[in-house]
Design a binder for this molecule. Structure first.
Ligand code: PEP
Length: 240
């Protein structure tokens, strides 16, 4: 089995019911890849009802309980989600999420039957100091749980300094990190060669095809450019 190709949209804290019109247009884009939309929690049920694959943007590590404001993996599944983004850098920064917490959430996601989209990525300071490969290796080791398979997990490389900035790494920098991730995952998991690896960070219609041509890039996790079908559609087309 080769890794599945995936165009994933992360709407972050954007979107209302009026945004469902964009979903209709995204669904109309011919796709020879998997297409996933991760809207805010308020829209998961409505987006899933359109038939497009739908994901949450976080889940709690516990199955239920006194955790005001949090959502359990099984609750995401209950309203139609198939995936959940975990360890996004905005969660790691805004909510001080650690690698062990991300791994615990991934286990909860797997137990609920969700695919975990686990994010890793270096800060600009870490890249400038030459620490990128060590940072990514450490995050993979500690954020990706032992129960990972190619069927229940995708990994997104998202350099923190490239998210929402309009800046992207060079092709060689993306290639270097993706090769490292493939090596690490293949060494650790029986089907690690088949795990879908996404690049994320300022992917746009204008740079998508070039990024998708980089070895071991099996798709993208797209933020800003996933909000409008006029932008996300061409990215889907570039991956197809
Ligand atoms: C993201 O939020 O995961 C992301 C990659 O954002 P953007 O595409 O806007 O950089």
């Amino acid at each position: 089995m080769a890794p599945r190709k995936l165009a994933a949209g992360n709407w972050k804290m954007n979107g209302t019911l009026a945004s469902l019109a964009e979903i209709d247009q995204i669904r109309a884009t011919p796709a020879e890849c998997d297409v996933l939309i991760c809207p805010p929690a308020t829209l998961i049920q409505a987006v899933a009802a359109t038939g497009i694959a739908t994901g949450g943007q976080d889940c709690h590590a516990n199955a239920s309980g006194a955790h005001t404001g949090d959502i359990a993996a099984a609750q995401l599944r209950d309203v139609g989600a198939s995936h959940v983004i975990l360890g996004h850098s905005e969660r790691r920064t805004d909510h001080a999420e650690t690698d062990p917490q991300v791994a615990a959430k991934a286990i909860a996601a797997h137990q609920a039957g969700l695919v975990a989209a686990i994010c890793v990525g270096e800060t600009e300071t870490q890249r400038d100091s030459g620490a990128t490969l060590d940072v990514i290796s450490a995050q993979l080791a500690a954020s990706v749980p032992d129960c990972t398979t190619a069927a229940n997990t995708v990994i997104a490389y998202e350099p923190v300094w490239a998210i929402g900035t309009g800046r992207t790494p060079t092709d060689a920098q993306i290639a270097e990190v993706h090769a490292l991730m493939r090596d690490r995952l293949s060494a650790r998991f029986a089907d690690g060669a088949d795990i879908t690896l996404l690049y994320g960070g300022s992917v746009k219609p204008g740079n998508a095809a070039e990024i998708f041509a980089i070895p071991h890039v099996n798709g993208a996790l797209v933020g800003g450019a996933s909000l409008k079908a006029a932008d996300f559609g061409p990215i889907i087309t570039a991956l197809s």
